[in-house]
Design a protein around this ligand. Sequence first.
Ligand code: FE2
Length: 405
Amino acid sequence: MPLDLPCSVKINLLRSWEDDMTTPTHVQRGTLPRGVYQNLDGLKDDLLGRNGFLGRQTHLYRHGDPCEYRPAADPQTRSALQRQLSPTDATDPSGTPIRLAHNESCQLWLSRRAAAMPFYRRNLDGDEAVFVHRGQGVFETEFGPIPFEPGDVVVIPKSVTHRLVPDGADNVFLITETTEELVVPDYGLIGHYTPVDPSMIFIPEPEVLPSTEPEYEVRLKHGGDHASIGYDHNPCDVAGWRGDYFPWKYNIRDFKTLNADAAHILPSARTLLATPSMDVLLAVFGPHRAPMVPGVEKTPPSHRNADYDEVLFSHDGQAFGNPMPTGVLMHVPQGLHHGVPEAEKQRIREEYPAELLLDSVAVAIDCRARFVLDEAFVRAFEELTSGDLASGDNPVATLLNGESR
Ligand SMILES: [Fe+2]
């Protein structure tokens, strides 16, 4: 028997049943604040969602803080400081970055390269997004030079020949390597210039570099191993190029963070790079204003991602009026709560009744596949929580109270 429902409800029901065949459209049950993100009246807002922030999701309004729990040995949220990690490229020009975490679609590496690569390289395993935490210099590429500075995300697509030449010795890079290619996602109705402004994308001009050496080594990274080929001329010898496949960069200060005065824009709207399958996302958390409408929470709800692991890397700025420790890596496995502690939320409600600028700067790598943390990351976490660096029971609180670079 056909349902006699208003047209919009019919559409919602049809979409819902066609999409997942499990549940009907938006449902509300129990004691609820009026509207989302506001009028909590002592309840704790807990967001649970599928498919990152793009799928079905529900806000649960709890009496207790969902982020306060006794952790398991595994999975658990683990943090480390970048300065605890020792890639071989920090002391040896022929060295490599150190791997922090991996799965079938993504690998995370940390480089502290202190001197120019005495070789060119090509990554045959996938694309690389190199986030510059510290340092300046240039990526020599066969498409032309790409100068870099802190805050840059330099995209080196699979198989592009390049060489990293830093100006000085004090450099830190977080490298996201993906099996699929990295592209800027479609922002659809948001428009053409937000949050990624195409006029701010840097694309290199070709530059033929001189050939003065008897041989130029090109290291091929493939299958986690390295092979070496040689040319009798500098491989950066391109006089011109045309096409739609090339290296480029974008500085995160030019990321136009979307904002709302009556709601929280979800982290998916902060995506700078994504794989076509959306299995890996690289998001930018830049300065923005907290919601200003009375009754609306200043801080986003606590949440857990049902389907994505998350790695957050703090880069610069302040967090709710306190200096933010930078160079902190935090891995949150899928299914585990995270967010601003309730006591801190209350302080912010009381101290910032009107305007609050959130000027922390961080990048996040979200991945549908579970990350396996490499030994160096786990060892750094254990040192942080049990060794001289520890100053509290909660590793995140330890980091928030500590200092790093
Ligand atoms: Fe998150």
